[in-house]
Each structure stands twice: as C-alpha cells, then as structure tokens.
Design a protein around this ligand. Structure first.
Ligand code: SAM
Length: 260
C-alpha cells in the first residue's frame, strides 16, 4: 500500500495503540438491528474492530486517498461513504430503520463541535456516542457547574446525554502525534429527554453564557427577569448568580417558565 502523508488540515492523527482502539470499539454493546456510524475512519484502524460487531456500520471519510485502505471493508453490512460528513443528510443515507444508532469515532478535532451539532440536528435518535477528542474539550463536555470548563455546550449536551470521560490517550499513541492530550468520552442518551424547542433553548443558553464576567441577569436582559428570579430563589441562587453556577435542570425550569 502507498505511504500516505497525513494532512494536518484534515485533522489526520492516526491512532495506533491497539489496546485503546479495542477499548473504544467495545464501549457499547450492539446487536444485529443496530447501526454504528464512524466519522473519519482514515486507514481503518478503528474500523477493523467495528466490522467485527454484529451491527451494520456506516463510515464517512472525506479523503479519497483512504479508498485503498477502506474498500476491502465494504460488504452487505458495511457502507463506506467518501464525502464530507457535515454535508450529508444522515436520515437520507439510512435506508433502513434501526433499533439503536451509536456513533463510535476518532473524529478530526478541528470540527468536533460541528460534528456533534450535525448529529443532534439530524432528526435521528442517537442512543450513544463514543468520541475521541482533545482532552480540554472532553473536560468541557463532562464539566460540572461551578468549574471553569462548564459552558453553553456542556448544558446543551446534558439535555440529551449523560456524559462521562472514560480514559486519556497520550500523543505517543498516534501517528503523527498531535500537540495535545486526548480523551475518550462516552455519551449515553438519557432515558427521558425533556420536550422543548431545542433551537430556542440553544439560543437562550448561548445568551446566558455570552459574557463570562457578567451576571445571568445582565446576559438575559431581553428575557423577563420577574419569571426567572423566583426559580433562582427556589434553587438557592442570588440575583448576582452567573450562568456558570447554574445546573442543567435549573436552566430547563427557567426556559420552560419563560415559554409558558
Ligand atoms: N479513525 C482513524 C484513526 O483512528 O486512526 C483516523 C482518525 S483522524 C483523527 C480523523 C479522520 O477524519 C481522517 O481520516 C480525516 O481524513 C477524516 N476527516 C476529516 N474531516 C472530515 C469530514 N469533514 N468528513 C469526514 N471525514 C473527515
């Protein structure tokens, strides 16, 4: 096989530690009527473990040079799509109904948030995701209120998932090594997801967190403070509270009240 020079612009850091790859592949138990989606299979390091699962597998790879590594995986159960994942309509790609859809991938770090946003807005029900991401980003995803990592995207993700950082992966486990530490994060879909308008909720959260140093009251000037404040009081927060201190459940209560 031809030697491929990794493209930095496509986030190509190939994971070579077989133990880590196996651990990532085994993070969810899947069955025959399930689907695994892999974004950025690259040379197939993780794919070779995922094809052994009983489920179907869909892989999206933007770099056509990877064809020679990935073509041999294609089968009745394994589909490899050479395209930009962010441009795909996932619902249209799936020709079948699955019991569960899991995303298991070592994703390109430069588009971590767009990939997750694309998945969340795909109108597919994602039962779980295991993603290898930059450690700093992993800490943000799994952050608790009151920590500096806690932000708008943490709260939005917590609407859908219980999030757990599983383990760290050092730069030496990749070729070429990235400049940063990496972590594997698992997202397990919540049993009950509160029904709300996710686009408006997302706008509301972005505003709440818009200026880090400002209080919630200042950031949410355009919303009705008389509806918000009693909920803060019930939850033992003062009028000077900042968004960073407020847990997901309280944000949902405030948002629901504002929309009633
Ligand atoms: N999964 C492989 C591994 O574990 O070694 C490769 C991971 S590498 C971090 C990320 C992969 O995502 C690369 O193969 C890259 O070409 C691919 N990629 C980058 N941008 C993409 C996009 N927009 N859509 C699909 N694949 C993309």
């Amino acid at each position: 096989m031809k030697k491929i020079i990794a493209k930095k612009s496509l986030g190509q850091n190939f994971l070579k530690d077989e133990k880590d790859l196996q651990r990532i592949a085994d993070t969810f138990d899947v069955s025959s009527n399930d689907l695994i989606v892999e974004i950025g299979p690259g040379k197939g390091a993780l794919t070779k473990y995922l094809v052994k699962k009983s489920s179907d597998l869909f892989c999206y790879e933007i770099d056509e040079r990877m064809k020679e590594f990935l073509s041999s995986f294609q089968s009745e159960h394994v589909k490899i799509i050479f395209d930009d994942f962010l441009k795909r309509n996932l619902k249209e790609d799936l020709k079948k109904n699955y019991d569960h859809i899991y995303v298991i991938a070592n994703i390109p770090y430069y588009i971590t948030t767009p990939i997750i946003e694309h998945l969340l807005t795909s109108s597919l029900f994602i039962s779980g995701m295991t993603l290898l991401v930059q450690k700093e980003v992993a800490l943000r995803f799994a952050a608790l209120p009151g920590t500096k990592e806690y932000g708008y995207f943490t709260v939005l993700l917590q609407h859908f998932f219980n999030i757990e950082k599983l383990f760290d992966v050092s730069p030496s486990s990749f070729s070429p090594p990235p400049k940063v530490m990496s972590s594997v994060v698992r997202f397990v879909c919540k049993k009950e997801i509160v029904s709300l308008d996710i686009v408006s909720f997302s706008i509301f959260l972005k505003k709440a967190f818009s200026f880090k140093r400002k209080t919630l009251k200042n950031n949410l000037k355009e919303y009705d403070w008389d509806s918000i404040f009693p909920i803060l009081q019930e939850n033992h927060f003062s009028s000077n509270v900042r968004a960073e201190e407020i847990p997901y459940e309280v944000f949902v209560k405030i948002f629901t009240k504002l929309n009633n």
